[in-house]
Write a new protein. Structure first.
Length: 336
């Protein structure tokens, strides 16, 4: 009898332990499905009654861009937070398992899909025969698309090497390629636009990916005091990142939608509507961030700040998806 009772109790304990894990897996799956539906269904809602026409396959392109942006955030955030963790006194030597190889692999697939669209003249290919790989070398967009494909492949190899820090260089190449792609030479002041996008995308990747990896590190470290110190370090840097993201985002918006027309275009153009949704989401994220920072400073247990921080990282994930949709929609007409 004494042998049977512990076995039953152990089974009950393990069963109760599996329930939270199952709920967490279901929640993650639901979030992934929601994230996929935003770019796939978002264009029709954003374009409704605007009189604008979307490019073919805009939903799929938006999804690929969202995956590409997410693939940038994860490894850059890991490098950023790991660097912060090395400055924390008494930090445990073991961190969470790296997601960088998987993120770079997903980025490679997304970049490859986007390159195939460029290779067919910005049309969704119906067959492999329609893809002109050689034609990628003949255009600026094609060369940038190839650069992103190769950079993610190199980043994946670096992430699995003995010196994972080297992946920062191919990832930086992807950021530069995206900044150049968004602002073609025919645009007014393309260099300024590319510089703004470079800063905006870099800071956003560090903010989103850094928070994700900081929370994973806190969970790995358990209740160690170093966890609160790491979260405090991240919070101070994140405040600067948010200021840079806000400044570059406002400046970029004003370049595409002059101050005199921006209020009108925020509701009458697909780009403006999606931008407005992104602004509202970022404002919600800022509130969650302030809540987490307040808990970090005032609560008796600073690690309780990780609850609003988890909600913050989920909201940031939605922001990344909306950003992917934003890049796929037609750029608003610059009214004079």
């Amino acid at each position: 009898m004494t042998l049977i009772r512990p076995t039953v109790e152990a089974a009950d304990t393990s069963g109760s332990g599996r329930c939270p894990g199952t709920r967490r897996a279901v929640a993650v799956l639901a979030l992934v499905v929601l994230a996929a539906l935003i770019p796939l269904l978002g264009p029709s809602a954003a374009l409704h009654d605007t009189g604008e026409a979307a490019a073919p396959g805009v939903g799929g392109i938006a999804l690929l861009r969202a995956v590409l942006f997410g693939a940038l955030c994860v490894p850059l955030g890991e490098l950023f937070v790991n660097r912060l963790a090395r400055t924390v006194p008494g930090a445990p030597p073991i961190g969470p398992r790296s997601w960088a190889p998987y993120a770079s692999g997903a980025g490679f697939v997304a970049a490859l899909g986007l390159a195939s669209v460029v290779a067919t003249g910005n049309l969704v290919p119906r067959s492999l025969a329609q893809i002109d790989v050689g034609g990628l070398y003949q255009s600026r967009d094609g060369k940038l698309a190839l650069l992103e494909v190769n950079a993610f492949a190199v980043a994946a190899l670096c992430a699995r090497s003995r010196r994972p820090g080297l992946q920062v260089w191919p990832l930086a190449a992807v950021v530069v390629a995206e900044a150049l792609r968004v602002h073609p030479g025919s645009e007014h002041g393309p260099l300024v636009g590319s510089e703004l996008t470079l800063v905006h995308l870099t800071c956003a990747a560090l903010w989103v990916g850094g928070l994700l990896h900081a929370l994973r590190t806190l969970r790995q470290w358990g209740g160690a005091e170093a966890g609160a110190a790491l979260l405090g370090l991240y919070a101070r840097v994140a405040a600067v990142l948010l200021a840079a993201i806000t400044a570059t985002g406002v400046w970029s918006s004003l370049r595409r939608m002059p101050a005199g027309t921006i209020l009108d275009q925020l509701t009458t153009t697909a780009y403006g509507r999606t931008l407005l949704a992104k602004v509202i989401l970022v404002a919600a994220v800022a509130v969650l961030a302030l809540w987490a920072r307040y808990r970090l400073r005032r609560a008796s247990d600073p690690l309780t700040a990780h609850s609003p921080a988890r909600a913050e990282v989920v909201a940031l994930g939605v922001v990344v998806v909306v950003s992917g949709l934003l890049t796929a929609l037609p750029v608003p007409i610059r009214w004079h």
